[in-house]
Structure formats: C-alpha cells, structure tokens
Design a binder for this molecule. Sequence first.
Ligand code: ADP
Ligand code: MG
Ligand code: ZN
Length: 480
Amino acid sequence: MKYQPVIGLEVHVQLLTDTKIFCGCPTKFGSEPNSQTCPVCLGLPGALPVLNKKVVEFAIKAGLSTNCSITPRSIFARKNYFYPDLPKGYQISQFEDPICQRGWLDIQLEGQAVKRIGITRIHMEEDAGKLVHGDLPGLHDGSGVDLNRACTPLLEVVSEPDLRSSDEAVSYLKQLHQIVTWLGICDGNMEEGSFRCDANVSVMPVGSDTLGTRAEVKNVNSFKFVKQAIEYEIQRQIDLIEDGGTVVQETRLFDPNLGKTRSMRSKEEAHDYRYFPDPDLVPLVIDDEWVERSRRELPELPEQRRQRFITELGLPEYDAEVLTANRALSEYFEAGVAAHGNAKAVANWVMGEITRSLNDSGTAIQDCPVTPLLLAELLKLIDGGTISGKIAKTVFDEMWKSGKAPHVIVEEQGLVQVSDSGAIEAIIDGIMAANAGQVEEYRGGKEKVFGFFVGQVMKASKGKANPAVVNQLLLDKLKG
Ligand code: ADP
Ligand code: MG
Ligand code: ZN
C-alpha cells in the first residue's frame, strides 16, 4: 500500500522584548542563575502579573504578517501541570480565543505549484524556568532551578495538518523563521532555543480522507533535524502498519545523534491541563485602530520585497531570492543600488565578493567593513575604466582589510588601469619578440595561442592593462 504522510507544526518563537511578559525583569540570556527574578516570575503567592504591551504588539505583527485575523477580545488561560521549573503550578498561556487566528503562508517547492498552508492560531504564553544539573555553587553534584527564563515571552504558532512531506515542513518553517527575524521580534537562534519546533506526524493510505493517528516529536532544534525527524517518523509509522501494528498517539523525542525518535510518553500518560481563564488577567481588548496602526507600521515583508526586486529592479528570480534571505542583506543591497544605479552589477558583487568575504570571516552583513557606499564607489571606478574588473577584486580585498576608500587604494598602490595604446603596444612588441615561435603558430592558423598572448600581456602589466585595448591591439599586431 502507498501512504500519504501528514504533518502539522507547533513552533515556539521567543520574543525579543527587553523585559518578561508579566513582570519587569530583564530577559537577557546567560546571566547568573535567578538574578533576573521577582515575586511574579518566582511564582510567589499574591504576586500579580501585568501584561507587557510590547508582547501584544509583537504578536499582532506576527499575526498580520501571516495573514491571521486579530482577535478583538482574547483571553489568558492557566495551563496546569507540576514541574520543578514551574513554581506557580501552572503556565499562563492562551487556550480559547488566542490573539491570532486563521492565517496562512504560501510555500513553493522547486518545480511545484504554490501551496497554501493554514495557520490555526498564534497565542502568547510565558516560558518556564529550567533545571541545571552538576556541580553548582554551594551544591556538589546536584540539581538546581534557574528561574531567569521563567516568564520569558513566547508565541506559539500552530499550523493546520496541511503539510505533506518533510520538504514542505522545512519550507514552511524557514519562511516562518524568515518572517519573525525580519520583523525583529525574534533572534531566530535555533540552537539557543529562540525558535523551536514540535512536529506532529501521521500517515494514512493514499486517497484516504481520514487522518491517521499522530505522534508529536519534540526537541527538533535545526532545519536539518526537522527533516530527519519527520522522515524517520514517517518510515517508522509505515513499517509499523505494514507489520500489522497500529500507531499510538504519543509524544516522542528526537535524538540527533542517532537520527531516531523514541517514545517519551503515551497519550494515557499525557497531561490533562485543566485549562481555565486566568482570573488575575483581564481580557485583552484590541480595537480596529490598534490593528490598523500595526498594519501601517509593518515593514515591507520578504515576499513583497522579492517581487519588487524582480519587477522594479529587473533582477532574475534567483538573485531576488538570495538578496531577500534576510532583511539586513536586502537593505545593504538596496543602499548599494541607490548609490550606484545598476541593480544587476550591485547584485553580482553582493552575491559574489561580499557574501564570500562575509562567510570566510564569519561576519554579519550588519558589520560588513565595505559599506554599500564604498562598494558603489568601487563599481564606479570600473564603469569609468579607471580599473579593470579583475583589479577591482584586488582593491576590494584591500578595502575589506583596511576599510579605505577604493580611490585611495588605487592611488596608493598605482592600480590605475592602463588604456594608453602606446604603453600597451610596447609591452606587446616585447612579448611577440620573445615568443616568435608562438607568433608563427598563430599566423599558421592556430588561433588558440591568442589566449596565451593575452595572458602574457596582462601578466607583464600586473593586471593593469585594459583588456579591451589589449585584445584589439593584439589582433591587429598578430595579423602581421
Ligand atoms: P495538541 O495541543 O495536543 O498538540 P492540537 O490539536 O493543538 O493538539 O494539534 C497540534 C498540531 O498537530 C497541529 O499543528 C495540527 O496541525 C497537528 N495535527 C493534528 N492532527 C494531526 C494528524 N492526524 N497528523 C499530523 N498532524 C496533526
Ligand atoms: Mg502539541
Ligand atoms: Zn520577574
């Protein structure tokens, strides 16, 4: 039998607010354990939560950017369970009436039609603290509770079970990741858990319209692992069914070292969270004016910008895709175009030398030592014939190292292109005299030797001879 995989993703997005969701404690990562706590996030009796407005603003932005409706009156709920990192005994989350509902993202895999993936809901919630194990200050080989992370704001983005392969899941996830980082509401760091995903996976016979029983895979903290975990899980379920077994609803953990998932708890052991509205928090009312203001303040989103690069700047689709990979890169590119004018020339350099140098040195585009203005200046030197495209690469490397302006480097190192035919002719004459054999070969019809002469002239001029002039003069002279 053939099987159809079905996948739905639940993504936790940690928000980049300065303070926590229900108290004023800082959210900074990596501080001394329990140094960023107060009675609210410690869960002391009687302490009252106060909602951080920034969290609501970020949630609205995320919702509008994923085509959701914003709920006019949304409710916070208590999700009750016991764990040492959760001193209150419940997590404040949203259950019924989450802030964003019924959205979607369009994905497109190479060579396939655009496909719309439904987003069921986006809700706000607080994170729990964490347990630390080992040798701790004042505690040999023990376990401690660090509540610095408790009450850190999260969005949970829940998709419909619309995804049909691991590739579709990764494509959806990458797009969501791009949007939240683009909006500046999440740093997107998957290793540190700022953007983490649970994958719900089931299989059903092809043609069936009843979804199979799903397993929920936790702890997949990279795009690569998401793909691996889903593929492993699909195959595990198919093998199980083929062997006459049935898939049970359970939570599984992905082990990146083994590339496998294993059972964590079955449905029978699943929590009954006994959700109920949190009496400490009033309903959150968001009027149309607030929503419209947020909509107006949204930046141009990656997809719109990609389209504009194609239609307005005439970039090929590939370039537009690469240059909108993140917001800072697309802004760098646009600043370069504004200063130079030729979008394709700027695109080539940004995707070429700039990207290569950033990767080699592990530098972020925000810290690029060659600013868009300096890059534009370099391109103008090529346009004006002052330097050749080849020399420009040398100049670029020097700009990268020293941060100097290109015209300064060209002057200091005497890199001005030689276009003067007299000077080039002199070089050519010398090379022809020294290579009489090759001249004969060329004249005898072996045209390949032409490249040899070009190479010799460029070498003799230390790359400074204007290639167009060299070609023309060589053609004339070699003819004899
Ligand atoms: P829970 O909160 O218990 O995990 P939800 O009903 O909120 O349950 O569903 C969570 C996720 O599971 C959603 O992303 C949804 O799309 C997905 N999902 C639901 N049913 C299936 C299924 N049969 N196969 C795959 N994914 C599913
Ligand atoms: Mg779930
Ligand atoms: Zn606090």
